[in-house]
Design a protein around this ligand. Structure first.
Ligand code: CTP
Length: 447
C-alpha cells in the first residue's frame, strides 16, 4: 500500500484545498492529512484563523479524501510522522516549492499545482467586516499599537485623539490615519472601537464616555485605579453588549497562556509560592516619576505582576503588605507580600531601583522558572529535584507582542463574546482593587 501524507491549516475550507486533497489522494492508496492545532498556528504567527481545529478537521473529513486525520502540533513533526506512519509520499501545494526538499531523505516529496485565485487569507479578508479603531493618546505604547494592528485582519486604525493638536496631527501623519481630533465627540463618531493609551488618570473617563457612545474599548494598563470603577465599567459594557478588555499584554501572549495551563494541569504539583519581579529604570522627567500623574512602580508594573499572581493563585487574597522606597511622593521600589489560603506570593517592582525581572512558580513537585523579561514569556523551564526530568519550553513572541491582545479584542467583537478567559473581568477587577489598596496606603510601610 502506498501511503501519502499532506499538511495544512484548512481554514474556511475552499476549492483549492479540495483540489489539493484529491490530487494528493491520487498519488497513492491511503491519504493521511495533518491539520494544524490552534496553538501551533498561533505559535507560528497565524493569528487570524477563523475555524477552530475541530471545525477544520470536520471540514477535511467531509471532503471524503482523507483516510486518516492527524493533528500537527510542533515544528519537526513531519519527519516524525513520516517515519511513524511509514509514509511513501509527502505532498504539498506548489506555493511551498523547495521548502520541504529536506524531507527527501525520508520519502518522496511532491509539489502539487496550487489552485490559482483562492486562499483562506482571501476568504477571511473578503468575509470580514473591518472595524475602525480610534487611538486615544499618542505616547510610546500608542506608537507601537498602530504597526502591530496591521498584522491583525479585520481592523484599521483610522483616527487619533489628543488635546494637543500638534501631537495629534504628527501622529496622524506618521501613521497615515484619516483624521486627528481634539474634540471627543467628533473623534468618537469616526470609529467602531477605541484603544485607550492616554495618561492613567484619564482612563476611567475615556472608557465611560466611549462605552456610553456605544463603542468597544481596549484599555491600556493600568486599566483603572479602583475596583469600584472597574466594576462599574464592566457592568456598563455588559449592559450595552460592548466589549471592554484590559490590554494586559502578557495575559495574551502564547508562552504565558501555555505556562498557566501547564501549572493548572499539575506538572509542578500544588502551587505554594509565586514570585514575580519587574524592574525598568526610568529617567526624569517622566510621568512614571510624577505623583500628579499617578506614577510609581505599583501603577506601572503592578498590573502585569498582579495578573500573573491572580491567574496562577486565584482571587481569594487573605492578606497583604507592601514595603516601598519613596522619592518625591512616588514609589521607586516596592516589595509586596500577598497571601492566599494555601499559598504565598510576592511582587518586587522597581522604576528607580534595578533588580531581577523573573517569575518563579514553586510547587510541591517542582518549580517553573521564567527568566527576565518573564512578561514576554518566550522561554521558561520546568525544574525538578531529579534534574533529568527538567524541561525547557520556547515560544515565539512576534513583533512588539501587542498583536495577541488586538487579535483577541477583534475576535471578541466579531463573536459577541464579552469575556475573555485570558483575563476574566473579575480578575481585572481584583487587580484594580489591589492597586487601589496600595494607593490608599492600606498596609504600606515606607522604607
Ligand atoms: N492550497 C492549494 N491551492 C490553494 C490554497 C491552498 O493547493 N489555492 C494547498 C496548500 O498549498 C497546502 C494546502 O492547500 O498544500 C493547505 O493549505 P493552507 O495553508 O491551509 O491554505 P491557504 O488557503 O493557502 O491558507 P492561508 O491563506 O491561511 O495561508
Amino acid at each position: 500500500m502506498r501511503k501519502v501524507i499532506t499538511y495544512g491549516t484548512y481554514d474556511m475550507l475552499h476549492q483549492g484545498h479540495i483540489n489539493l486533497l484529491r490530487r494528493a489522494k491520487e498519488l497513492g492508496d491511503y491519504l493521511i492529512v495533518g491539520v494544524t492545532s490552534d496553538s501551533f498556528d498561533r505559535e507560528r504567527g497565524k493569528l487570524n484563523v477563523r475555524n477552530n481545529v475541530l471545525e477544520r478537521v470536520e471540514a477535511v473529513k467531509a471532503t471524503g479524501y482523507a483516510d486518516q486525520i492527524i493533528i500537527e502540533d510542533y515544528v519537526g513533526q513531519k519527519i516524525d510522522d513520516i517515519q511513524k506512519y511509514d509514509v511513501d509520499v509527502f505532498a504539498i501545494g506548489s506555493d511551498w516549492e523547495g521548502k520541504f526538499d529536506y524531507l527527501n531523505e525520508y520519502c518522496k516529496v511532491v509539489y502539487l499545482p496550487r489552485t490559482e485565485g483562492i486562499s483562506s487569507t482571501m476568504l477571511r479578508e473578503g468575509s470580514q467586516e473591518v472595524y475602525r479603531i480610534g487611538v486615544i493618546g499618542t505616547g510610546r505604547i500608542a506608537r507601537r499599537f498602530v504597526p502591530e494592528s496591521k498584522v491583525v485582519s479585520g481592523i484599521e486604525v483610522v483616527s487619533v485623539l489628543n488635546p494637543d493638536s500638534r501631537e495629534a496631527e504628527a501622529f496622524k501623519n506618521t501613521f497615515g490615519l484619516n483624521g486627528s481630533y481634539q474634540d471627543f465627540d467628533a473623534f468618537i463618531a469616526t470609529v467602531d472601537a477605541v484603544y485607550i493609551a492616554s495618561p492613567h488618570l484619564t482612563h476611567y473617563d475615556y472608557c465611560k464616555r466611549s462605552l456610553l457612545a456605544g463603542k468597544h474599548v481596549l484599555c491600556e494598563i493600568p486599566f483603572v485605579l479602583s475596583g469600584d470603577e472597574a466594576r462599574e465599567l464592566y457592568e456598563l459594557a455588559a449592559s450595552r453588549k460592548l466589549v471592554l478588555l484590559e490590554a494586559s499584554k502578557t495575559a495574551h501572549c502564547p508562552g504565558f497562556m501555555h505556562l498557566v495551563t501547564l501549572v493548572k494541569s499539575g506538572i509542578i504539583g500544588d502551587v505554594v509560592d509565586v514570585k514575580a519581579s519587574l524592574s525598568k529604570m526610568v529617567d526624569p522627567p517622566t510621568r512614571e516619576l510624577n505623583k500628579e500623574e499617578a506614577g510609581g512602580c505599583v501603577t506601572e508594573h503592578g498590573p502585569l505582576t498582579l495578573m500573573a499572581l491572580i491567574k496562577l493563585l486565584g482571587r481569594d487574597i487573605q492578606d497583604f503588605h507592601f514595603h516601598s522606597r519613596m522619592q518625591d511622593g512616588v514609589d521607586i521600589f516596592t516589595n509586596g507580600i500577598i497571601n492566599f489560603p494555601h499559598a504565598t506570593s510576592s511582587i518586587t517592582l522597581g522604576i528607580g531601583v534595578k533588580t531581577e525581572g523573573n517569575l518563579i512558580v514553586s510547587g510541591t513537585k517542582g518549580y517553573l522558572y521564567v527568566p527576565a523579561p518573564w512578561w514576554l514569556t518566550d522561554y521558561f523551564e520546568v525544574r525538578y529535584e531529579d534534574q533529568t526530568k527538567n524541561k525547557k519550553y520556547f515560544y515565539s513572541y512576534d513583533g512588539d507582542g501587542l498583536r495577541y491582545e488586538i487579535q483577541e479584542f477583534i475576535s471578541m467583537i466579531v463573536n459577541n463574546r464579552l469575556s475573555s478567559y485570558r483575563l476574566r473581568r473579575r480578575e481585572s477587577i481584583a487587580i484594580a482593587e489591589m492597586i487601589a489598596n496600595y494607593r490608599n496606603h492600606i498596609n504600606v510601610t515606607e522604607i
